[in-house]
Design a protein around this ligand. Structure first.
Ligand code: ATP
Ligand code: MG
Length: 249
């Protein structure tokens, strides 16, 4: 299954979730590929991948094959990215099949993995649309604040456009609240608002606010390696179980 982790709202836990959900799946012996599709390269950096190595940029330009850029970290395969990826955005603009470039690139290796997770950038860029054209499902991570509701509306619109135009079978896996402090009244209010106003399913799992999650990237590690008994590791373990259950249904 190809899962795009997307939200047009920046800083909403996409990269953190891509890494930790990916490693959680690998711990349960799933074969996982993570694609860093954000020119910020946060996913690659957070896993301690050297930014000067070959990246997805070299696959886009045809200079390297996918197998030559993949790096294995903590049991997951990673296609890294860096700032060069921003140039790809510009250069594929004029190409006829510009929305299908990523799909054509990944289709040949798809059968090697149980889960391919794509870390999208917050912008509604050509790269993000490429991810949604390839994806079977979308997981959207949100902070429980009012601006996230706006991001959710924007993403909903993008997904319906993609569904109508280029990928009829795409659907939402669900909304995952992250960095949650349930002691705040606003958290409960936003949760109720989402339940009442959106058709997108709200996952039962949520990720509590946890300092180990903030610290882990500076060690180039997932929260499972950095702090295996932390609440962060526990919450991502609950999430992976819920996702596997949903997929088996
Ligand atoms: N559960 C959590 N507890 C505490 N901090 C968190 C949690 N989840 C994410 N964060 C922090 O929130 C910040 C934003 O997270 P992250 O980089 O994953 O968001 P993003 O959606 O990928 O951002 P961007 O849109 O820039 O790509 C990071 O500093 C991260 O460490
Ligand atoms: Mg990110």
């Amino acid at each position: 299954m190809v899962l795009a982790i997307a939200n047009h709202k920046g800083g909403s836990g996409k990269t953190t979730t891509c890494i930790n959900l990916g490693v959680a799946l690998a711990i349960l012996e799933k074969k996982v590929l993570l694609i860093d599709l954000d020119p910020q390269g946060n996913l690659s950096y957070s896993l301690g991948i050297d930014g000067s190595l070959h990246t997805i940029f070299d696959v886009f330009t045809g200079e390297k094959e996918i197998k030559d850029v993949i790096i294995n970290c903590e049991g997951v395969d990673v296609i890294p990215a860096n700032m060069d990826l921003a140039d790809i955005e510009l250069s594929i603009k004029g190409v006829e099949n510009r929305l299908f470039v990523l799909k054509e690139m990944i289709d040949p290796v798809k059968h090697l993995y149980d889960y391919i997770l794509i870390d999208c950038s917050p912008s509604k860029s050509l790269l993000t649309i490429n991810a949604l054209v390839l994806a079977d499902k979308v997981l959207t991570t949100i902070l429980l604040d009012v601006l996230s509701i706006q991001g959710l509306n924007q993403l909903n619109k993008t997904i319906s456009d993609v569904k109508q135009g280029y990928n009829k079978s795409i659907s939402f896996l669900g909304i995952l609240p992250v960095n949650v402090d349930m002691r705040n009244n606003i958290s409960k209010e936003i949760i109720n608002f989402i339940k009442d106003n959106f058709e997108i399913p709200l996952l039962k799992s949520y990720i509590r606010s946890n300092v180990k999650i903030i610290e882990a990237p500076s060690h180039g590690e997932s929260v499972f390696k950095y702090a295996p008994s932390s609440n962060g590791a526990k919450d991502y373990t609950s999430l992976v179980k819920e996702i596997l259950n949903l997929n088996e249904k």
